[in-house]
Design a protein around this ligand. Structure first.
Ligand SMILES: [Zn+2]
Length: 283
């Protein structure tokens, strides 16, 4: 799933290309695509796209009157729609602008999980909001302060890797950045988040901001969203390759939906991690 650097860079590209264009119509192409009834999408008709932003992993198409919230999930894409065919492959929704250009939301595969919400232009997006789909969403990782991170860590007696991926704790990070951040911070992915020392919390804070900033710089250099295999990194999906810091082999703990990659020398004092606490088929 795209993480916040991919989403933010994509938002910037869409904003540059489509910003200022007035909306003619919005059309769901699948009956599951539009998740809200009110406000109606046509509240945006005739008004200009003012900004494309993001909150966590959600894209925000911000018009004067309403905001369209788009979640791409695993295989979703929001792209310029040159063909505007009647039944585009994987098509979920289309925005057509008054100059004739269009944006198309598609989703690969059969699981239709990506979606669009329409919310008021002034809707509250902060943590603690009652506005769907942001209910329960933690603060955006790239804007996190030192004190916020400390409070989040102290409130969660759980493995660091799982906490970093938990959108309710902090928003925008996923499997890749969780691996890279733990490695950068020289912390075990299985460390108990609530038990980190002040020095470890500082390393984690620095690692979150450094990894997000570096990923964003890479994504901004691209013409489209990258696929996970192309993204640079030290440990993610690099099992067996040498750690760029110490040369030890990158190791992996496999789960059904993701892999924890780490360097034993840099992160666990040489200890090889194995997950004996849960069946790998349950997580
Ligand atoms: Zn290492």
């Amino acid at each position: 799933m795209p993480e916040l650097p991919e989403i933010q860079a994509h938002a910037e590209r869409l904003g540059t290309e489509f910003g200022g264009r007035a909306l003619r119509s919005f059309k769901p192409l699948s009956f599951t695509a539009l998740k809200t009834f009110s406000p109606a999408p046509d509240a945006a008709y005739g008004t200009a796209l003012q900004h494309v932003g993001h909150r966590g992993k959600y894209l925000l198409l911000e018009f004067e009157t309403v905001r369209f919230v788009v979640h791409l999930m695993q295989g979703g894409r929001l792209k310029p729609d040159e063909k505007q065919s009647a039944k585009p492959r994987g098509g979920l929704a289309r925005w057509v602008f008054e100059d004739g250009t269009a944006l198309l939301l598609t989703e690969a595969g059969t699981e239709k999980k990506a979606g669009v919400w329409v919310i008021a232009a002034d809707a509250d997006l902060s943590p603690g909001t009652a506005v769907e789909p942001f209910v329960g969403l933690g603060p955006d990782a790239e804007a996190l302060t030192r004190d916020e991170l400390t409070a989040i860590l102290q409130a969660h007696s759980m493995r660091l890797h799982g906490l970093l991926r938990d959108q309710k704790a902090l928003a925008g990070l996923g499997r890749r950045l969780a691996n890279e951040i733990c490695h950068r911070a020289q912390l075990s992915p299985f460390a108990n988040a609530s038990k980190l020392t002040e020095g470890e919390r500082q390393r984690l804070f620095d690692a979150i901001h450094a990894c997000v900033a570096e990923s964003l710089e890479y994504e901004r250099s691209r013409a489209d969203m990258s696929s996970s295999k192309e993204r640079p990194g030290a440990v993610h999906h690099r099992e067996g390759e040498p750690c760029p810091v110490c040369g030890d082999s990158v190791r992996a703990v496999e789960y059904v939906r993701y892999t924890v990659n780490y360097c034993a020398t840099c992160q666990t004092g040489g200890k090889v991690l194995a997950d004996n606490t849960t069946s790998k088929f349950l997580k």
